[in-house]
Design a protein around this ligand. Structure first.
Ligand code: F6R
Length: 610
């Protein structure tokens, strides 16, 4: 969740680190800090709050340094404060570390170190690392081996960077469960938790794997395992455009990413629609197609918005591939005793590819012998690399904390996987052709929905003071109701619940009065008439209703207070369209409330801790 960046070379690293931290701020934003070596000294400059506050502080100090590390924090142990901000230093102030992850056995190690006389200044679990490394260093071990030995005593997860004035020509980095990459430059090298932070400087990346540690010099690096075995690391060329990770004139990343969906959905489908054959072409699954198509069961594992995409996929797979599906929260799956049967295929959906619970569930599923398929956005991410096979969604970097374009691209890819399986099982060529042709029309339809932005902004004005919201949909649009409610609560802090529309009368209907807005996702599909009955039930109790409805639906206007009319498509693809007005509605309500939609309170992109 926290962001890590570092530089070693001949340039002044301060602006490079600050710029890198700003690019990483979406990962955590309660405090930030830099650790620098300069003029034979080591020091840390930290600040509570945003990176811009750290930048203000550092500007006044006029420090120039050619080796430094930076961190932006999302608190796990210890409140957000300057003391708890990283870097953490050893007692003499000669060594600093930054850490992303959780040290589970920190209390035991801390007690032991305190007995040896080490003084702890913060409430964090991370601080044990610097004292432990220092302890090994004082005993004559190099900085590299001190870090390695310290990490071998630690239970938990880490992406860590260490610097010390005793060895001022290197940064030590290590990874276990939290991402860490090295960026290779010309006579300069970088380290980061996320390629986004480096892409302005280099596209040559080395991905560390779990249990690996590296010593990074300005012109070279050396890697080993934590158990001291030599390893050779490959340098990978990463394709990413700087424009993709900037706001490009939009007020927020979130609205940029919502507006990008015509393009991101196109990219998710590019080269993958075989209209004449009524087929999907997914190169990433090559060699596994038959095994997947013969599965007796599909288990989908994910968190949050990605879990909602999994729920939509359940409807898709069951309707067209006729395979039983279970959709699991990763955090629950990993701590149960899940029954994995021969011929089960498991699908792990993750935008970041780094979500700790999903990654742990994937490792457990692999251990139990399931075929594991990853559906990820971040190329080269841990879940993508750990999976046996997989498909990238190619939505492009998603920076806004609330997931938007990744969701629609996940749905596109899950629809393509459905087609691949269904055509190998029961689906006819004619049906395949008609679905694949319909998929090709999605970008144009999305474009039309995005033109409703001003209309939706106007509707949002009337709901800025709402305290609660209900989102209701049926069938394929039930998960969309969940997703609409999640979008609203995470960025506007308005309590919202998603429900299958017909479940309303089993409880939530008691909440309906003139103060309870209800959003119905009610396109003209096979459950339309039933949803209309649910709308009548809310209307009879004076609830204010917003309906996301079909363009050709004239009946609904007289039943509801606000309509958002969108183009139709087949049921299976409808969530790709119906979710977009809900993203826009949540965005505009939150902006009108004056909230920071890109960095909502308490949240962080990429949840790399449990
Ligand atoms: C909601 C949101 C989160 C993520 C969840 C999983 O807008 O972004 O609910 O969907 O943390 O993240 P990934 O997909 O990266 O595994």
């Amino acid at each position: 969740m926290c962001g890590i960046v570092g530089y070693i070379g001949d340039k002044n690293c301060v602006p490079i680190l600050i710029e890198g931290l700003k690019r990483l701020e979406y990962r955590g934003y309660d405090s930030a800090g830099l650790g620098l070596l300069y003029n034979g000294n080591a020091s840390a400059i930290k600040s509570k709050g945003k990176v811009s506050l750290l930048e203000d502080k550092i500007e006044g100090l006029n420090i120039k340094s050619s080796l430094g590390i930076g961190h932006t924090r999302w608190a796990t142990h210890g409140e957000p404060s300057e003391i708890n901000a990283h870097p953490h230093g050893n007692d003499s102030g000669s060594m600093f570390i930054i850490h992303n992850g959780i040290i589970e056995n920190y209390a035991v190690i801390k007690k032991r170190l305190q007995k040896l006389g080490y003084v702890f200044k913060s409430d964090t679990d991370s601080e044990v690392l610097v004292h432990l490394i220092d302890d090994f260093h004082k005993k004559g071990n190099s900085l590299f081996h001190s870090t390695r030995l310290a990490l071998s005593q630690v239970d938990g997860t880490y992406g860590i960077a260490v610097i010390s004035k005793t060895e001022p020509d290197k940064i030590i980095v290590a990874k276990n469960g939290s991402p860490l990459v090295i960026g290779i430059g010309d006579d300069e090298n970088f380290i980061a938790s996320d390629v986004n932070a480096l892409i302005a400087h280099t596209s040559k990346i080395v991905y560390l794997e779990d249990g690996e540690i590296a010593e990074v010099y300005k012109d070279s690096f050396m890697a080993k395992t934590i158990t001291d075995e030599d390893i050779l690391k490959e340098i990978v060329q990463v394709e990413m455009d700087l424009d993709e990770i900037s706001k490009s004139g939009y007020q927020h990343f979130m609205i940029k990413e919502i507006m990008e969906q015509t393009e991101s959905v196109t990219n998710s489908m590019r080269g993958r629609l075989l209209v004449e054959e009524g087929l999907a072409k997914l190169g990433g699954l090559k060699g596994f197609e038959d095994q997947i198509a013969k599965s007796n069961r599909i288990i989908i594992v994910a968190c949050g918005t990605s879990w909602h995409a999994g729920l939509v996929a359940e409807y898709m797979f069951e309707q067209f591939a006729e395979i039983p599906v279970e959709v699991e929260y990763a955090s629950e799956f990993r701590y149960r005793n899940p029954v994995i049967l021969p011929n089960d295929t498991m699908i792990f959906i993750s935008q970041s590819g780094e979500t700790a619970d999903t990654l742990a569930a994937l490792k457990e599923a692999k251990r139990r012998g399931a075929l594991c398929l990853g559906v990820c956005n971040a190329v080269g991410s841990s879940i993508a690399r750990e999976s046996h096979t997989g498909v990238y969604i190619h939505a492009g970097p998603e920076i806004g904390v609330a997931s938007t374009k990744a969701f629609t691209s996940q749905l596109v890819v899950l629809a393509l996987i459905t087609m691949l399986i269904a055509r190998k099982r029961h689906m006819s060529l004619a049906d395949g052709k008609s679905i694949i042709s319909e998929m090709a029309t999605l970008p144009a339809k999305i474009e039309r929905i995005l033109k409703l932005n001003d209309h939706i902004e106007k509707i949002a004005e009337d709901f800025v003071n709402a305290k609660n919201f209900l989102y209701l949909g049926r069938g394929y649009n039930f998960p969309v109701a969940l997703e609409g409610a999640l979008k609203l609560k995470e960025i506007s802090y308005i309590h919202a619940e998603g429900y299958p529309a017909a479940e309303m009368k089993h409880g939530p209907i008691a909440l309906i009065d003139e103060n309870m807005p209800a959003v119905f996702i009610s396109p003209k599909d096979s459950v339309y008439e039933k949803v209309i009955s649910n709308i009548e039930e809310v209307k009879a109790r004076k609830g204010r209703i917003i309906a996301v409805a079909s363009e050709n639906d004239d009946k609904i206007d007289s039943l509801v207070d606000y309509t958002i009319k969108i183009p139709d498509t087949i049921r299976m693809l409808m969530p790709i369209l119906t979710v977009i007005p809900l993203q826009l509605l949540a965005y505009h309500i939150a902006v009108k409330k004056g909230l920071n939609v890109d960095q909502p309170r308490n949240l962080a992109k990429s949840v790399t801790v449990e």
